[in-house]
Design a protein around this ligand. Structure first.
Ligand code: KIV
Length: 264
């Protein structure tokens, strides 16, 4: 079995093969997703909402992510493991170095940070110190109070142009993956075409280089609500392993996300 690496993910983009990813927070689900062939597993700060029952991701700590990263790493043999940097854990470059070190030591192969151009110095500094970085643009949930709710981003042309420029700046600074959340499908396509690195969409339409879903949404078991961009694969299959396999198949074949799961 060949382990997925960041260069393997890049090759998939270059070959036009879709990248599949899911969040996971423990060893058992990580093992299940890994065995079904998911390319990347994210220990997302979404755990604040789906595991801890919080209203948003802001209360999540570096220790929370490190704890779940250790569990996920133990369940993962093949997939690429990415750990989220929680709210305010990368407010300065120095802070990001020490917190990224904790998450890499816990078993992550890359860390993810939300934000645009202001992160460029931090990204370059992390790269120099051996830490690969995944960017996150669009609806960045740690900024929910700035947005005034969980709202689709980039609908106005000026916002879309700004987001595209931010994505290019992040790539130039050294990110090797980009998560793009809740933007119109046309913008998902434009960003994916403009960047050389893989763009993983969640609510960003069918034309990104890959897809990610929060596992609880994909199984339809999230406590509070089901986002429009997600799909309940468990109802359709009646079996968790089959649900994951169908999700992978539908992403690879371009069936998911359909228009129903995308924004205009
Ligand atoms: O925290 C998370 O799970 C995420 C995904 C929604 C991409 O950032």
């Amino acid at each position: 079995m060949k382990k997925v690496t960041v260069s393997g993910l890049l090759k998939k983009k270059q070959a036009g093969e879709k990248i599949t990813s899911l969040t996971a927070y423990d060893a058992s689900f990580a093992k299940m997703f890994d065995e079904q062939g998911v390319d990347a597993i994210l220990i997302g700060d979404s755990l604040g909402m789906v595991l801890q029952g919080e209203d948003d991701t802001l209360p999540v700590t570096v220790d929370d992510i490190a704890y779940h990263t250790r569990s996920v790493r133990k369940g993962t043999a093949r997939a690429f493991v990415i750990a989220d940097m929680p709210f305010m854990s990368y407010a300065t470059p120095e802070q990001s170095y020490s917190n990224a070190a904790t998450l890499m030591a816990a078993g992550a192969s890359m860390v993810k940070m939300e934000g645009g151009r202001w992160l460029c110095e931090t990204i370059a500094g992390l790269n120099l110190r051996g830490v690969p970085v995944c960017g996150h643009l669009g609806l960045t949930p740690q900024s929910v109070h700035v947005f005034g709710g969980f709202k689709v981003q980039g609908r106005e042309q000026s916002q879309a142009d700004k987001l595209l420029e931010e994505a290019k700046a992040l790539e130039a600074a050294g990110i090797q993956l980009l998560v793009l959340e809740c933007v119109p499908a046309s913008l998902g396509k434009a960003v994916s075409e403009a960047l050389s690195i893989p763009v993983i969409g969640i609510g960003a339409g069918k034309d990104t280089d890959g897809q990610i879903l929060v596992m609880h949404d994909m199984f339809g078991i999230s406590a509070n609500y089901m986002p429009k961009f997600s799909k309940n694969y468990l109802t359709e299959t009646g079996d968790m392993r089959k649900a994951v396999a169908l999700y992978i198949e539908e992403v690879q074949n371009g069936v998911f996300p359909s228009q129903e799961h995308s924004f205009e």
